[in-house]
Write a protein that binds this ligand. Sequence first.
Ligand SMILES: *Cc1c(COP(=O)(O)O)cnc(C)c1O
Length: 435
Amino acid sequence: MTDNLLALDRRHVWHPFTQAAAAPPPILVERAQGARLFAADGSEYLDLVSSWWVNPHGHAHPAIARAVAAQAERLEQVIFADFTHEPAIRVAARICDMLPEGLSRVFFSDNGSTAVEVALKMALQYWRNRGEARRTRFIAFESAYHGDTVGAMSAGSGSGFFRAFAPLLFPVDTVPFPETWLGDDAAPAREAAALTALERALEADPGSVAAVIIEPLIQGAGGMRMCRPEFLRALAAMTAERGALLIFDEVMTGFGRTGGAFACIEAGVTPDLICLSKGLTGGFLPLALTVCREGIHAAFLGEGFDRAFSHGHSFTANPLGCAAALASLDLLEQPRTQARIAAIGAAHRRGLEGLAGHPRISRRRLTGTVAALDVEAGEAGYGAPVGQRLKRHFLERGILVRPLGHVWYLLPPYCVTDDELDRAYAVLAEALETV
Ligand SMILES: *Cc1c(COP(=O)(O)O)cnc(C)c1O
């Protein structure tokens, strides 16, 4: 049966971010539990990338499964204009309670890219509704990734993933992201340079910038590049001073990834808009939130439909996704989960320290539950073949990692054990001898 399914996959399925001409056949997964994936051929994989960063509590968590099943029997979906429902109301209220004060209004969508599109469109129309229609420019960061829809790609054009789509993208100013790592002492200088570039972009045509968008503390797909909270505070102050809005894309960093509940809380910054998705439903269902300050929502109120936000998706605030989110938030708040988040950080630190001084490793870095490093192999970037070789090496040893080119990283579900993480670092050390 496995062969038959894989033959059908080869004939009919188009996989994302994959060069099908060169890729080995995909691994057929039958079931999963905790941090483990079980394949049809009997092999097992420890999922140390949380299945593309969406899974905080392990796979098929029974508490979330029960919540989804119960919701499915009561209300599976309902139009969200003119109608509302308890799971969505509870998700919105609970998220606003968790976020810094001032972020109090929630718009639902389906995935990280749409959460970003919503934020960009809200920012633009906010200024139009306020009579400042000149504010149409956006400023983003080099190596930023905000998703694969057209607006999100435009904001993420600094990632280098979207050259094929250049004719579709609207222009966005990009400024340097002041990345830093363990033992780096040049971060303040890099931050000063980034702030100078930002100031220049904001001043280029005063009163024309709608918003600045950033992935706070960690740039994900752009190479797990990390910055200091100090930079985010200076950035927020500068953006506010020039009257532009600040958008935090916390699609990856939300829900404990950076240690605290959200990177904005870790950094002590309240943005004007925040995008959330991965991790929200415990990895069960696609759901996303764009949360804004009340003043932004207020600017959309008025007599005519003209001022309203003309945006929505068929499955806006899907009740199953909301039920999964509520169950996942319950798990996140458990002391046991919080203890694991802290322990994962400590295990990463041990692992990274064990690799100190390794001739093929540089820029070891760590924020919360995410650890990353650069592997020297005479090649860099997302297409660097060393990433493919490392991925193979780990898969052959039953571990799923997915390097971003020459950047190797771990982003495990919080149920992972210290021993499992120690083993991943041991496998890396071994791989560096042969790969
Ligand atoms: C993954 C990601 C997105 C896009 O989310 P999708 O659900 O894949 O559309 C946007 N922003 C960041 C920071 C991400 O990591």
